[in-house]
Design a binder for this molecule. Sequence first.
Ligand code: SAH
Length: 347
Amino acid sequence: MKASFYDLNYSDLEQLTAQNNLNHSAATVLFNWHYKKKQQAQCVDNLAKSSLAFFQEHYDFSLPEIDTVHESTDRTVKFLFKLKDHHKVETVLIPFHNKYSICLSSQVGCAMNCSFCFTGTQGLKRNLTTSEIVGQFLQAWRWLATHRPGEERILNIVFMGQGEPLHNFDAVKKACEIFLSQHGTSIAAQKITISTAGYIPGLKRWSQEIPGVNLALSLHSPVEAKRNELIPINKKYPLEEVLATIDQIPLSKKQFITYEYILIKDFNDKPEDAKKLGALLTGKSAYINLIPFNAFPGSQYQRPDLDTIEQFKAILDTFKIPTLIRTTKGDDVLAACGQLNSKKHNL
Ligand code: SAH
């Protein structure tokens, strides 16, 4: 089987052209064609015949196939992709003013088994390859170009789909390198966010290997026992150690870490929870994202009412920590946070 072209970052391509005595401009031309122009057909633009022949012979240019598309009334789009081995993953385009953020999956299923997350009920099937991650972006872009022409602007990338991105570090890192490359999509590091449940081995590699990319931590409770219940890996990598590891990450003046907090009715939505959270994050370059719990078939938790959510935020405001209540998008097609489950997508 041929290797996928979309597994190569720019320096891999440079190396390949050098090793195979191809014109060194081939790397730039190919990146430009596939990632900047995002052309579907084979590259013919300014590419020497010998280079074209080499890449056609050795590389596969196919992308994950779009299996189904669900469009929400709020214009959120959820894609179900079919991979070569017939596994499926989901990707979500989240609209804002005719532009989009894309929520990418990093694994088929997830090993974290968080009690509030639909994906967790699937278990981990396997890691996605770089080409399967980059492919979600390219296919979503092409879909927009066809179905919403003029709106093919994906300005932010968040790794908040299925999977724990730091548990698939190498493939996610390479996908980031491809997105960041100035020869291709040229997406700024500040426009990419990787969300983690607190997987310390990945966090330790973070700042060294993908500098500038934003980090979001799924915190969900400052109380050890409650966090253990929500996020089982907290028993192995406790919040205190996770926060200490994050504190080591050098941030620029304008940079901050996003702390995500799912609000669950009568579980972590009380004023004491807000006060503990505020105290825990005081003094950090923090930004809090409150996510009202999204229900899914069979879920055991509920969402608090709006008053409770606003009171929770008001307490955090007294700590002077910037806090945003994340509005839910796409929940009519099960595309909201925590509702992705490629096995049960038809529910
Ligand atoms: N594994 C990573 C990324 C995937 S989850 C992580 O844990 O961060 C992306 C975000 O969706 C996380 O903040 C996660 O906690 C949140 N989420 C998961 N299930 C949810 C649900 N049912 N309702 C609301 N948010 C949920």
